[in-house]
Design a binder for this molecule. Structure first.
Ligand code: PCA
Length: 325
């Protein structure tokens, strides 16, 4: 019955040995460039799903925001314009604070802590996604976030009035606390924003700086290791429910492998990106003591604000995470 319905829906049948199997084709929008490690593991995931399902579930990756832009992907998957997609989760913290738990400054700043925070928060995040009509498949962290400027910066006073590219409400808030002028820009548009002067600073990983060839545009990187935000891959719930149990299992096991692979790659590349900055003439430095303590004070304010917004459910996640410390 399932076979017939899916075959009608997709209009395709593929032959597997002697049995004909319905082929389900899913588009998977991703926001970051083809060369980015998240995208690389997105391809590995799609290949693994194809192999695991014997070709019955065929996922096509669309990288670089080519099918939907980063800020359109979650909604596109919710309303079924795409059946699966990858999105930078904390960009949706204005919909539900739990999506932003990974971007609370200085809460989890190492790969080990990022994993502990994910373990403490993934059920709540999965439940929030489910309410939005989505099924969580896998997640992987970006390297730690550092500050990019086109000048030496040793204190918050040095940041005053600088135009700052933000990627979620937490980074806008950080900019505001520091007296900078935030503007929301997707990673795919970052190089253009920097070259046209729409922004001249931002906070991100070495990975996005590398994707952006930031050394052609800015001069300084401060390795603040402020947080390790995550991308999440999720499927449209009704598309997911329409799969066979075997296909669903293939998505989950292939997702677990992609998560492990992408996480290891993220950690492996973290310092390599910064070496590339130095080789290309940028100044890469630890933040000054003053800058570090000023940023820590903003982190404390933002932690309180997040806890207030996230209520008891948020506090439970933080307590579960703190128990791992
Ligand atoms: N790169 C993405 C999100 C976090 C990161 O490291 C970006 O800057 O948009």
């Amino acid at each position: 019955m399932k076979l017939t319905l899916t075959a009608i829906a997709t209009g395709t049948l593929i032959s597997m040995g002697s049995t004909a199997v319905a082929e389900t084709n899913w588009d998977m929008p991703m926001a970051y460039p083809e060369s980015n490690f998240h995208t690389e593991y997105g391809h590995q995931f799609a290949d693994a799903v194809r192999e695991c399902t014997g070709g019955s579930l065929n996922i096509t990756i669309h990288s670089g925001g080519s099918l939907f832009k980063g800020n359109e992907i979650k909604r596109a998957v919710q309303i079924g314009q795409a059946s699966i997609g990858e999105r930078f989760l904390s960009a949706h913290q204005n919909e539900n604070p739990i999506y932003g738990v990974d971007s609370v400054p200085f809460l989890a700043t190492s790969y080990a802590d990022s994993k502990n925070l994910w373990d403490a928060s993934k059920d709540a995040i999965g439940a929030a996604l489910e309410k939005d009509g989505l099924v969580l498949i896998y997640s992987a962290p970006w390297p730690a976030q550092g500050l990019y400027f086109n000048q030496e910066v040793n204190s918050v006073a040095d940041m005053e009035g600088i135009k700052f590219r933000a990627y979620n409400s937490a980074t806008s808030r950080l900019a505001e606390l520091a007296g900078m002028l935030p503007v929301q820009i997707e990673a795919a548009d970052l190089a253009q924003a920097l070259s046209t002067g729409v922004a001249s600073s931002f906070i991100s990983s070495g990975s996005t700086g590398h994707d952006t060839k930031v050394w052609e545009l800015l001069s300084h990187f401060y390795d603040t290791q402020a947080w390790l935000p995550r991308n999440a891959v999720f499927a449209n719930k009704s598309a997911y429910d329409g799969l066979t149990e075997e296909e669903q299992n293939c998505l989950q096991t292939s997702g677990a492998d992609a998560s492990a692979g992408a996480t290891a790659k993220s950690e492996e590349l973290a310092s390599w990106y910064l070496e590339q900055f130095t080789e290309n003439g940028m100044t890469v430095a630890a933040p000054s003591e003053q800058l570090r303590s000023e940023l820590a004070a903003f982190g404390a304010i933002m932690t309180d604000e997040w806890l207030e917004a996230a209520g008891d459910a948020g506090a439970a996640v933080i307590n579960a995470y703190k128990a791992t410390q």
